[in-house]
Design a protein around this ligand. Structure first.
Ligand code: HEC
Ligand code: HEC
Length: 355
């Protein structure tokens, strides 16, 4: 079924077919033992594929404030396999009804298309579900950055009364009662099933959720034809107007905290400000952190509507207009918005294929 770009965006679609991707481009999971040998093969393959994609006209890699996603992830496959199973396992929730995948749908950009989600006992989350793809590149986890690592994030989500409402002794008991898990954990972790190994396996799986080889990354690697003139002018505007000051690096964000509403009071304009809108202030209780959030990464952003921690922007166009208004103090022209949105859509990468 072929949908128009606009409809596809509004419906927060399933992942589109990879453009020009090959299996050999996909993120691969290396065994640490064979790492060096595999790495050599991967590099050779990547070079060959890149050359083929560029039709032999491959230029020099570009030195830009946005960096391509690495195409190789190094995680222990046995741990990743356990994490992948835990990710869809409802036994992690108190009432055996909610799994990580209930909210983070990997077929829908790692989020779920809704402003808020329902978790344990029908409670709604107070913020929009962020994508898990490329979350491992973020310097902190959560909108307000309260978790330092993926492992720490899992600790919290298991307890959270609106998400899984569980506690660790229950989770360790339920997982440990399953002979298949017991065997897999015993082979992958010296301590077997424990709070640390459960969080570790989930985090290992999450670190494989990367989406390399977007058209923009191919452009960064030297394939000038990977993006068209409009998309390229969108990227130039993204830099010129100053979006890049906050959205940069591998994840096109995810490496700093910034106030939402630098150039105007977004929350007064939106109305009904609640606790979740306080952002980082909830963590530090420092006045300067009021309405400060982690700058979200913009990888695959075309797949993750609605936008912002409050899920208030239904379309990418609306989100970009709000950014112009409240972060840059400008009114965007339709041409600027359209070009920047076209650029943002080149950031959609390839879903991982698991072994
Ligand atoms: C009921 C829905 C729900 C469930 C179930 C759920 N999450 Fe989340 N997840 C969220 C919401 C909402 C946030 C944002 C919370 C915040 O920022 O305060 C989030 C944030 C995250 C983040 C941080 C991403 C980032 O970029 O900041 C990670 C990682 C994550 N979840 C992983 C998991 C894992 C692993 C599980 C299963 C153990 C899980 N989630 C279960 C709703 C859910
Ligand atoms: C001063 C820093 C800053 C600047 C400049 C900035 N942003 Fe943002 N951006 C943020 C923050 C912070 C958020 C998260 C706001 C929230 O939801 O609380 C965000 C969110 C977004 C989102 C929503 C992402 C999602 O997953 O919900 C998009 C899209 C976006 N920005 C695009 C842009 C564009 C395009 C520009 C330039 C026109 C821009 N930003 C300029 C800091 C900035």
């Amino acid at each position: 079924m072929k949908r128009s770009r606009k409809e596809a965006h509004e419906a927060s679609p399933a992942w589109p077919a990879a453009e020009g991707g090959r299996l050999s481009d996909r993120p691969r999971i290396e065994r640490p033992r064979a790492a060096a040998a595999l790495r050599t093969i991967c590099l050779a393959l990547a070079a060959a594929v890149a050359a083929a994609l560029a039709g032999g006209a491959k230029g020099q890699p570009l030195d830009e404030p946005i960096k391509p996603i690495p195409t190789v992830t190094r995680e222990d496959p046995s741990r990743v396999a356990i994490g992948r199973r835990l990710f869809t396992d409802v036994r992690l929730s108190a009432n055996d009804q909610v799994s990580c995948a209930s909210c983070h749908d990997l077929g829908r950009g790692g989020s779920n298309g809704k402003p808020f989600s329902v978790g344990f006992r029908g409670n709604a989350t107070t913020v929009n579900v962020p994508t898990l793809f490329n979350a491992s590149f973020n310097f902190r986890q959560f909108w307000n950055g309260r978790a330092e690592t993926l492992e720490a994030q899992i600790d919290e989500v298991v307890h959270n009364s609106t998400e899984m409402g569980s506690d660790w002794s229950d989770v360790v008991r339920k997982v440990g009662a399953d002979p298949a898990y017991r065997a897999a954990f015993a082979a992958a972790y010296p301590e077997g099933v424990s709070r640390t190994s459960i969080a570790g396996a989930l985090a290992a799986f999450e670190r494989t959720l990367v989406t390399p080889n977007s058209r923009f990354d191919r452009y960064l690697r030297g394939d000038a034809s990977a993006i068209d003139a409009t998309e390229r002018s969108g990227y130039e505007k993204f830099k010129r107007y100053g979006c890049i000051a906050c959205h940069q690096g591998v994840n096109v964000g995810g490496n700093m905290f910034q106030k939402f509403g630098v150039m105007g009071d977004y929350f007064a304009a939106r109305g009904h400000a609640g606790e979740a809108d306080l952002g980082r202030y909830l963590v530090t209780h420092d006045e300067r952190d009021r309405h400060v959030f982690k700058v979200p990464g913009l990888r695959n952003v075309e797949l993750t509507a609605p936008y912002f921690h409050d899920g208030s922007a239904a379309t990418l166009e609306a989100a970009v207009a709000i950014m112009f208004r409240y972060q840059l103090g400008r009114i965007a022209t339709p041409g600027d918005t359209q070009a920047i949105v076209a650029f943002l859509k080149t950031l959609t990468g390839e879903r991982p294929s698991w072994p």
